[in-house]
Design a protein around this ligand. Structure first.
Ligand SMILES: Nc1nc2c(ncn2[C@@H]2O[C@H](COP(=O)(O)OP(=O)(O)OP(=O)(O)O)[C@@H](O)[C@H]2O)c(=O)[nH]1
Ligand SMILES: [Mg+2]
Length: 438
């Protein structure tokens, strides 16, 4: 299966169901009370990290994800069912960005972790809700709100404890194969590995029995000098070791390991300087190909760089037990490492527009001589509120008028200079201002 680590998708949460406008009907009963039930909420779109997948590949071909709408309410106070949530299963290490704003909306670093990335709409309330002492038969109900829709960019950065970096042919894949059960392609030509591969490394006692301690190790394509300028396969794949706790520089003892280490570190620095802050060690590979004295000389020279060095031969198996044990001892014990390294999710800011009242004069209405005084109301959440009754505006007018008054709209209008008889306009909804405070 091909490896894919970036993918753009579209997600749409379900709309909320409308509240019902209904009156009780029964034999012999001419006119019953209001009995419209509430609408259900719309389903959410949820991103979930699951085990056993290491690529976004399986999502390809299905770029649109829509959750179910909430059902509308019905008579006899029957509530509409909520829309079902849908889950998008992704590998651990997947980050989701809102394409428009570029903000991080989810960063899943643990198996089972989930995050809503598109929120379902709210259900509307049925007409039975809106009864009061003066309104026994409300002929209106609330509509549901639309579900959130957005374009999302998914980016995978594998979550591994240890990352292998090195020049092509240094033996990274051979080391992964020798230390874990992973089965990466190994060959004596450069860029054998084309996409990251994960393996699980188990601790062993002196006799080679497996202990109940393990870490994950990521093998990535080789890096050459100039990779930061796009040479070879470039540095794209360094993304997958940007969250490791420990780096292994794999060097071929028969090439120029001291120089290669410096070049490698230079490329890493060009990609992300913090990569060099990682705990790291050198695996000096293919030592069976040179005299022990030479290997020791190289080791000493490398050690001057300040990194621990372990001599190994992935081919013959020498040094592997030492390397394995060294890794277990060096791995920093950050219990909450994954969480502490998760990107911060920026909450969806519901930008409630500030209330803004604008005065205008329209030409006199028919049969009038004075110009019509109109107060346009923008923001403050009033337009949204009206949208929720748009199908019933005439019948809901009195309810809305009272609601807006309680919410301080009349006071704001009075302060702005509104007078009895003026027109208040909120979107397409118009009503007459009256001042009953004095
Ligand atoms: N002699 C010897 N050869 C080795 C050793 N380790 C790996 N090799 C050989 O080196 C060649 C490259 O090994 P790989 O493991 O594919 O190297 P890599 O670093 O993963 O290479 P890329 O995926 O191309 O970056 C293969 O022919 C291996 O058999 C070793 O310890 N000794
Ligand atoms: Mg390889």
């Amino acid at each position: 299966m091909a490896f894919r680590d970036v993918l753009n998708i579209e997600v749409a949460a379900g709309n909320g169901g409308d509240g019902s406008m209904s009156f009780h009907r029964a034999k012999y009963l001419e006119k019953g009370g209001p009995d419209g039930g509430h609408g259900g909420r719309g389903g959410n779109v949820i991103l979930r990290a699951i085990e056993g997948v290491e690529s976004l590949e399986r999502l390809v071909g299905k770029r649109k994800f829509k959750a179910e709408n909430g059902r509308y309410g019905e008579g006899r106070l029957r509530q509409g069912a909520d829309g079902l949530d849908i889950y998008i299963d992704v590998p651990v290490g997947t980050t989701a960005f809102d394409e428009e704003s570029g903000k991080v909306i989810a960063d899943l670093v643990q198996v089972g972790q989930e995050k809503i990335i598109a929120k379902g709409g709210l259900g509307g309330r049925g007409n039975s809700t809106f009864t009061s002492s003066t309104r026994q038969a409300p002929r209106f109900a609330e509509l549901g709100t639309p579900g959130q829709k957005r374009r999302v960019r998914l980016e995978l950065r594998l979550i591994a404890d240890v990352g292998l970096v090195g020049y092509p042919n240094a033996g990274k894949s051979s080391l992964l194969a020798a230390l874990s059960r992973a089965n990466p392609a190994i060959a004596d030509y450069p860029f054998t590995t084309l996409s990251p591969i994960l393996g699980v490394v188990q601790r062993e006692d002196e006799r080679g029995n497996s202990l109940d301690e393990r870490f994950t190790m990521a093998d990535i394509p080789g890096i050459i000098e100039g990779a930061s300028e796009g040479k070879g396969l470039g540095l794209e794949f360094l993304r997958h070791i940007s969250r490791t706790r420990l780096l292994i520089y794999v060097l071929d003892v028969t090439r120029n390991p001291v120089e290669e280490l410096q070049q490698l570190q230079g490329e890493l620095r060009a990609y992300d300087p913090t990569l060099l802050d990682n705990v790291a060690l050198v695996a000096l590979n293919k030592v069976e190909l040179v005299e022990a004295d030479l290997a020791q000389m190289v080791e000493d020279e490398l050690a001057e760089q300040g990194l621990p060095v372990v001599q190994v031969s992935a081919k013959e198996g020498t040094g592997l037990a030492t390397l394995r044990e060294t890794l277990f001892q060096m791995l920093p014990e950050f219990e909450l490492w994954a969480q502490s390294n998760a990107l911060e999710v920026e909450p969806d800011t519901v930008v409630e527009e500030a209330l803004n009242i604008v005065f205008r004069e329209d030409p006199p209405a028919k049969g009038e001589t004075q110009p019509e005084r109109v107060w346009e109301v923008h923001g403050g959440g009033f337009e949204e509120r009206i949208m929720r009754f748009s199908r019933y505006l005439e019948d809901a007018a009195e309810y809305l008028g009272n609601l807006f008054k309680r919410q301080g709209l009349y006071n704001a209008l009075r302060r702005a200079g509104a007078r009895e008889g003026d027109t208040v306009e909120i979107g397409t909804f118009r009503f007459e201002y009256f001042d009953d405070e004095e």
